[in-house]
Ligand binder design. Structure first.
Ligand code: MG
Length: 415
């Protein structure tokens, strides 16, 4: 096999970027109140925006070195922020404003791919379930033949109907192929065809059409039925079920990769002349918790649970008690900073369960206030926060009223 222009042996490991089109208005999605105000790329499936799921799926393919993302003109800043907060900034290297039609957005995204990149895999932003196996096959086929299109053979019998809706012809389904994405081509050739289509006013619904209308064969690569394009509310329901329902895991992703759990525990002595602050709430008490900071054991336990889940060490590493900066520190403020630290690493807290161990005063009447403080500091909605309170029946330092303790478990998701 030789390269057309140089007669040099074809470079089988030609570099690949993905060009993702996510500029859709989602007009076919706007039938329910839940989705009416949200543009399609930002609609969530099991708690994660569709476009983030798609970018994560592409980032899982080792062959794809970079991603160029075409979005609606008004969405560039918002999507850039979403990409960063999802920990995808190192893979999504370009976020560009698209155009009115799909092909305009594809053209802008392909234009933004660096010129030394050999292949571009064009992918729909609304196909989050593309697997690494399909991506590998698509890239391998394009490197072999210069152009590939993922899709499925037709198992249903397709009819041609006339203007009156009367069936006039039954097509030979053995020759039919239902196209999906990615569709992978040589970057320079694809860009030239897209620009030519723009100049000549040619409209296409996918990129393979630009090749077959020129008589250039595109290799058909077998895709997967799960590689659906989320277009209608029905598709959204299917997508939720593919994720195992709201809060479910991403398809093909193990518990260890997407979701992590951490625990934390803390205890402080109770002494006269100190305030007793638990989960950011000042409790009425003759004795208070002693410590370098405000000695809030609940905040400290939650911080350790979150840091543990994200494998980021512990509270002492982040906020050393030898550092005078943290003397008397507001621990809920430290918790909010931990939330930011997690976001930098691409993690987001999903749920927190906290137990406070205190003999007196009673914690129960303050739980609602504590839940509010915890929500403010962590951003986790109240329905996924839980605070329990226990006494120790007169036994041990807590039971004897000499200490306050807290234990927390946290679930985080890597976005
Ligand atoms: Mg502590």
């Amino acid at each position: 096999m030789t390269d057309e222009t140089t007669d040099q042996p074809t470079v089988r490991t030609g570099s690949v970027w993905a060009a993702v089109v996510a500029a859709g208005e989602g007009t076919r999605m706007r039938v329910t109140p839940a989705t009416s105000a949200v543009r399609k790329p930002f609609i969530e499936v099991a708690g994660v925006p569709i476009v983030v799921r798609t970018l994560r799926a592409l980032a899982a393919c080792a062959d794809i070195e970079g991603i160029s993302l075409g979005v609606a003109v008004g969405d560039v800043d918002l999507v850039t922020e979403l990409v960063a907060s999802s920990g995808l900034a190192d893979r999504v290297r370009r976020v560009v404003a698209g155009g009115a039609r799909r092909q305009d957005t594809v053209r802008e995204a392909v234009r933004a791919v660096p010129e030394d990149v050999e292949y571009v895999a064009v992918h729909d932003g609304a196909r989050p379930f593309v697997s690494v196996e399909v991506l590998d096959r698509a890239v391998a086929a394009a490197r072999r033949t210069g152009a590939s299109c993922v899709g499925l053979p037709c198992h249903e019998t397709i009819k041609r109907v006339d203007d009156e809706g009367v069936i006039r012809e039954t097509l030979d389904r053995s020759r039919l192929f239902s196209a999906q994405t990615p569709q992978t081509f040589r970057r320079a050739q694809l860009l030239a065809f897209l620009e030519e289509a723009d100049r000549e006013g040619t409209h296409v619904t996918d990129e393979t059409a630009l090749f077959d209308m020129r008589g250039i064969g595109v290799e058909a690569v077998t895709g997967e039925r799960a590689n659906i394009k989320i277009t209608t509310p029905d598709d959204l329901a299917i997508a939720e079920s593919l994720c195992g329902g709201p809060g479910g895991f991403m398809r093909g992703e193990s518990l260890g990769e997407g979701i992590a759990v951490g625990i934390g525990y803390d205890m402080h002595p109770l002494v006269k002349g100190r305030r007793l602050i638990v989960c950011g709430v000042d409790l009425p008490s003759e004795v208070g918790a002693d410590g370098h900071s405000d000695a809030d054991p609940a905040a400290h336990a939650v911080i350790d649970a979150l840091l543990g889940a994200a494998a980021l060490g512990d509270i002492g590493r982040l906020f050393p008690d030898t550092d005078p900066a943290y003397k008397g520190a507001d621990s809920m403020g430290l918790l909010a900073r931990v939330r930011g630290r997690l976001a930098e690493e691409g993690y987001s807290a999903r749920s927190i369960d906290l137990t406070v161990f205190l003999e007196r005063p009673k914690v129960g009447p303050h739980v609602r206030h504590m839940l509010r403080r915890l929500r403010e500091a962590t951003g986790v909605p109240v329905e996924r926060l839980n605070i329990k309170a226990k006494t120790m029946n007169g036994i041990g330092p807590v039971g004897e009223g000499r200490a306050v303790a807290a234990q927390a478990a946290a679930v985080v998701e890597r976005l």
